[in-house]
Design a protein around this ligand. Structure first.
Ligand code: HEC
Ligand code: HEC
Length: 255
């Protein structure tokens, strides 16, 4: 009897020892256990502007120490916490649209991460206690949805937008999709909603030419916090090429 108790005690001790120092194991099991519930569309929206989606307060400080490790992008406050600000709308960071100009940070994209193990991507985003620590701002479910987006939601931008920013799509298919999926809110000419307070109207035609990489992302996933809510074309079952076709037609709208 005494031996049996001792034996159980030893086993319990071993189990405790195995659990301590196995942070990775915990992420693996959380990610594996919940992977089928990961929400791809929500991940795409979080990547754009997470605080509009998870109802956490908009940050007022900078995302340090990472942000202050660069000096080329002079933005401050909440902008420094957006995934897209460092990793790009085209997901290739310093190798893409943000390779120069005011958004340049020199940071890598997340394109290569799509091929990594999902638990490793989860840990890289959450990075509890590290430089990329988002554990106070993002719940494990938020990080899971972002992980899903990185593994399954990225596109190779070179297939859909050329080096001059021209969308590679069929404007005939784009027009019919635009008329059925976009015109009810943005108008047939794209100018029913004015996105900026500048002179004139900055509508869909302007936006699609100004930043095609961003607008392809928004056509696919929606616009976080928009009222009425802009739908995700991926959620509506449209292919990436359909989305590029909508972008190509949008670039032809009056600006
Ligand atoms: C202020 C800039 C910045 C922001 C904002 C940022 N990251 Fe990062 N991210 C980095 C840097 C720099 C690295 C490289 C590793 C490091 O320094 O921790 C990185 C690494 C990563 C990696 C690992 C990449 C790989 O190939 O292994 C992933 C995935 C990632 N970030 C996703 C995200 C997501 C999702 C968000 C938004 C919730 C985000 N990041 C916000 C700068 C940023
Ligand atoms: C249910 C209404 C609705 C539908 C349908 C809709 N949108 Fe939107 N969209 C919005 C709202 C609201 C905003 C935010 C406007 C603002 O910020 O002033 C927005 C924002 C945008 C923006 C501006 C993004 C930015 O960076 O400011 C673009 C471009 C856009 N939509 C294009 C489209 C396209 C293309 C479609 C069709 C695939 C579409 N929208 C469908 C409501 C809609």
């Amino acid at each position: 009897m005494r031996n049996r108790t001792l034996g159980l005690g030893i086993i319990a001790t071993i189990v405790i020892i195995l659990n301590v120092g196995c942070e990775d194991k915990k992420a693996v099991s959380f990610v594996d256990d919940n992977w089928s519930d990961a929400n791809l569309v929500r991940g795409g929206l979080l990547y754009d502007k997470w605080w509009k989606i998870n109802s956490v307060a908009e940050p007022t400080s900078n995302f340090d120490p990472i942000w202050s490790s660069q000096t080329t992008n002079s933005r401050s406050g909440s902008a420094t916490w957006r995934c897209k600000e460092c990793h790009g709308w085209d997901y290739i960071g310093k190798n893409g649209r943000y390779s120069s100009g005011s958004h340049y940070t020199g940071f890598e994209g997340v394109w290569e991460a799509r091929l990594k193990d999902k638990a490793d991507v989860f840990d890289a985003i959450k990075d509890d206690g590290g430089n990329h620590d988002l554990s106070a701002e993002l719940s494990d479910n938020d990080v899971l949805d972002l992980t899903k987006f990185i593994l399954d939601g990225l596109v190779d931008i070179t297939l859909y937008v050329d080096a001059n920013g021209v969308a590679l799509g069929d404007t005939t298919n784009g027009k019919s999709l635009y008329e059925s999926a976009c015109a009810s809110c943005h108008g047939s000419d794209g100018n029913s909603l004015d996105f900026k307070s500048d002179d004139g109207i900055q509508g869909v035609g302007w936006a699609a030419n100004d930043n095609p990489q961003e607008i392809l992302h928004k056509i696919r996933w929606g616009h976080p916090g928009s009222d009425p809510e802009m739908p995700s074309m991926v959620e509506k079952g449209k292919s990436d090429q359909d989305c590029a076709d909508i972008l190509a037609y949008s670039q032809k709208l009056p600006q």
